[in-house]
Design a protein around this ligand. Structure first.
Ligand code: T6T
Length: 328
């Protein structure tokens, strides 16, 4: 399959305004401190996002502070956010771990005069700066189009299973904007395939071991299981491991969201049919650039969309594709 990139018009617009802003960088004397709070620190997706953010910070002479929790959970993320607010950075970039539970904690930052930009995930409905509702205060949302990503996954899985049979979604937990939207996009697109039955979603709490056990439990109940969509890195990794442990490699098809280094072997061995790589470095880069643009008096787009690269056996060795595999 050819490399396919999906770039929203808003990203192009952002690129133009960021280029204009970068020209002003030398004129700035103040060294801004921009905090990046990931969903969790040990996830290759956020490690790669950090690299893009560091590159942008270096380009504009800002300091990037990367601080997060060890798991994807509002209970552990909110204290990290509170500690960052206490340090009064010039801007906060954050991947909120829950659409609702991060609204009030982030409002505290905004009320303290710290601009908030959400990266990867959003709060409320993700539509910001409308003057309506309690979650519209962030300046911008920088992310993949996750509904589209789910639809791409559905089309790929439908093709892999011959447009018939039983599949399910291995997902994290309800309330996370990204993975909710992927599931929504997947199920909507699957309506176009009436001979495919989508079984009940299995929620794994971002635990790959749980996702692997769930795969085996679903297979035990449905010996005719044909495929699974892993809606994020750990869901996909775990589902693929479950398929392997059940001795079903190549028989139960796996479509993975995200692209950790292990995806290369899993695609080459036929365990995973296709992976949808996000561009987390771009998310980090444009997040910092948007914060910098705002801090230097420029208006910024409220939504900045980044692309995907679809990886399968036919292109996994291509260096223009492999460069989108996440860092460790
Ligand atoms: O899929 C990414 C991210 O987009 C999502 O919000 C949470 O899970 C990941 O970090 C992958 O583990």
């Amino acid at each position: 399959m050819e490399r396919r990139s999906f770039l929203k018009a808003s990203a192009v617009a952002a690129l133009v305004s960021v280029t204009a802003v970068a020209g002003q960088a030398q004129a700035q004397d103040k060294k801004f401190t921009i905090a990046l709070i990931p969903g969790l620190t040990t996830d290759a997706f956020y490690i790669t996002m950090r690299k893009g953010a560091e590159a942008a910070a270096a380009a504009v002479g800002a300091q990037l502070v990367f601080q997060g929790a060890p798991d994807f959970n509002p209970v552990t993320q909110v204290p990290v956010l509170d500690a960052i607010i206490a340090k009064k950075p010039d801007a906060i970039l954050i991947a909120p771990t829950d659409k609702d539970q991060l609204i009030q904690p982030l409002k505290k930052a905004s009320d303290a005069g710290i601009p908030v930009i959400t990266v990867d995930t959003f709060i409320g409905d993700g539509v910001y700066q409308t003057g309506k509702g309690d979650a519209e205060f962030p300046l911008a949302y920088v992310a993949s189009d996750n509904v589209l990503g789910g639809a791409i996954a559905a089309r790929a899985l439908a093709k892999a299973v011959g447009e018939k049979g039983k599949v399910y979604v291995s997902n994290v937990k309800p309330g996370i904007s990204t993975t909710d939207q992927r599931e929504e996009g997947f199920k909507e697109e699957m309506k176009k395939f009436p001979n495919i039955q989508v079984l009940e979603t299995q929620f794994n709490d971002d635990d790959a071991n749980k996702a692997a056990s769930q795969l085996q439990a679903v297979f035990a109940r449905n010996s005719d299981l044909d495929g699974v969509f892993g809606a994020n890195l750990f869901s996909a990794l775990g589902a693929a491991n479950g398929v392997q442990q059940a001795g079903q490699t190549g028989k139960i098809k796996v479509v993975a969201f995200d692209a950790p280094t292990s995806i290369v072997d899993n695609i080459n061995s036929g365990l995973v049919d296709l992976a949808i790589a996000q561009h987390p470095a771009e998310i980090g880069y444009f997040g910092v650039m948007a914060a910098y643009a705002h801090l230097t008096g420029n208006s910024i787009p409220t939504a900045i969309g980044t692309g995907f690269t679809v990886i399968d056996k036919s292109n996994v060795a291509d260096e223009n594709v492999a460069k989108f595999i996440y860092s460790n």
